[in-house]
Ligand binder design. Structure first.
Ligand code: F0G
Length: 450
């Protein structure tokens, strides 16, 4: 008999939820220009906008917060953080940043530039924006199976190595500044990358003299899938697998807001002494002194503890089970979801959910707005609004914050989804009425198209 996997914690601080009526939500969404990023979080009942920075911290992390040493230079908290990150990643240089994109900005401003190319399984939007900001260009080489949304392949986050070789030949190896492996592949459905693929990318990088950058946001969730699905990995601890993943890379950018189990933080880590020295100079200019880098001492403590907690089996078993529960529940109710379930979110195919909405009327945004109206649930569009004409699919992501919602919260989301599906024909499309020059999904305005 399969036993229930329970939340492996007791709750000792609660944040009350505010309930709204459908009429209130119609008004709130109109005033938010039909872009849920503008909603006040207090007007959202279940917030699945992102798993980033939304974790509940443990009692041990809060204890660490009290230990935080707020010295400007040489903070004790930095050395605890640094030791923890070094042990996990093996990198000699650990540079704290306020979040992942700050690490990306520093790194790609140093590596990149006009005429250069980065290759990735899929560049996350901030990664792409930072590479392009430096004047370089991005090429995505996701595995062929990742394009088939409902194919239950084990490692859909893998890079397509033939495509990578073609792109290197195209660009010329000296013009490829980095190969980026994003674990798990967020933009591609939160799907994992296998150790075999990562090792093969290492070989490609060695052959061509190209640095391998690990975008490690969800390294622990990726490690779980490696242990669960990859032959020969079943006997290892999550930490051992994670340690190997990091050691296959030359450089890592990390947003601790995901698998660091904290609300703010990140790092840039590497072995290259000269590059690290240049990175620290930029850090001082834009983030802070190298022993705090845009973070408070207490934040560094919380990350140090979080990096230990995230690779515990009981935690990750619960984490993966709760995302699987959401995905299976959606599927049972008739929602077309990406399969197999990834590590941090359910991805719903909005085009298949709302087939009456043509591409130009933004089925993903339509589904996001319909979910909020139906039950105060906030999700995010990952499709034409986010990626423009380059969008491969119209997806909606329901991301699970870590240690925040219980199974009955998820049951409620499933009920809301079922209600929405029952009236899906009446969901309108949307058009953009205003947009900024880049990263438009955060701030664009929309109107419904009746
Ligand atoms: N890389 C990946 C794969 C990410 O998912 C994110 C953030 C970042 C880099 C940037 O990190 O937010 O700390 O600057 N993803 C969040 C999300 C925003 O909702 O998926 P950050």
């Amino acid at each position: 008999m399969i036993r229930t996997i329970i939340e492996p914690f007791r709750i000792k601080v609660v944040q009350p939820l505010r309930f709204t009526t459908r009429e209130e939500r119609e008004d709130l969404l109109r005033r938010a220009h039909y872009n849920p990023f503008y909603l006040h979080a207090g007007d959202v009942l279940i917030d699945l906008l992102t798993d980033s920075g939304t974790s509940a911290m443990s009692n041990e992390q809060w204890a660490g917060m009290m230990r935080g040493d707020e010295s400007y230079a040489g903070s004790e908290s930095f050395f605890r953080f640094e030791a923890e990150v070094k042990d996990l990643t093996g990198f000699r240089h650990v540079i704290p940043t306020h979040q992942g994109r700050a690490a990306e900005r520093i790194l790609f401003s140093l590596l990149g530039g006009k005429g250069m190319t980065t290759i990735a399984n899929t560049h996350f939007d901030t990664t792409r924006a930072n590479v392009e900001q430096s004047g370089a260009r991005c090429v995505d080489c996701p595995s062929p199976e990742s394009r088939r949304l409902t194919e239950a392949a084990p490692f859909k986050g893998n890079l397509d190595l033939d495509a990578v070789e073609r792109e290197i030949a195209n660009a010329g190896e000296r013009k490829v500044e980095a190969i980026i492996v994003t674990v798990t592949n967020n933009s591609g459905g939160g799907q994992p990358v296998s150790l075999a693929n990562l090792r093969a990318v290492r070989q490609v990088c060695d052959r061509h003299g190209i640095p391998l950058v690990l975008d490690a946001c969800r390294f622990a969730e990726n490690a779980w899938f490696i242990r669960d699905r990859e032959p020969g990995q079943e006997g290892r601890t999550l930490r051992e697998i994670a340690q190997e993943m990091f050691r296959l890379a030359d450089i890592s950018t990390f947003s601790a807001k995901k698998d660091g189990l904290v609300n703010m933080g990140g790092f840039l880590a590497m072995n290259d002494d000269a590059l690290a020295a240049r990175a620290r100079s930029v850090l001082i200019l834009t983030e802070g002194f190298p022993t705090y880098g845009g973070l408070a001492g207490r934040d560094l403590e919380a990350i140090a503890v979080g990096l230990r907690e995230v690779v515990r089996d009981e935690y990750m078993a619960y984490r993966i089970a709760s995302v699987r529960y959401l995905c299976h529940g959606l599927k049972e109710r008739g929602a077309p979801v990406i399969e197999p379930p990834g590590g941090h979110a359910a991805y719903v195919d909005a085009k298949a959910t709302l087939p009456h909405i043509p591409k130009e009327f933004l089925a993903g945004q339509a589904l996001v707005n319909a979910l909020y109206l139906a039950g105060g649930v906030r999700a995010v569009e990952i499709g034409t609004v986010m990626f423009g004409a380059a969008a491969q699919h119209e997806l909606v992501r329901l991301a699970m914050p870590r240690r925040v919602y219980t199974q009955s919260h998820v049951d409620y989301v499933l009920e809301v989804f079922a209600d929405l599906l029952a009236e899906r024909d009446r969901v309108p499309g949307y058009r953009i009425t205003w947009e900024p020059p880049y990263l438009r999904h955060f701030t664009a305005h929309f109107e419904p198209v009746r």
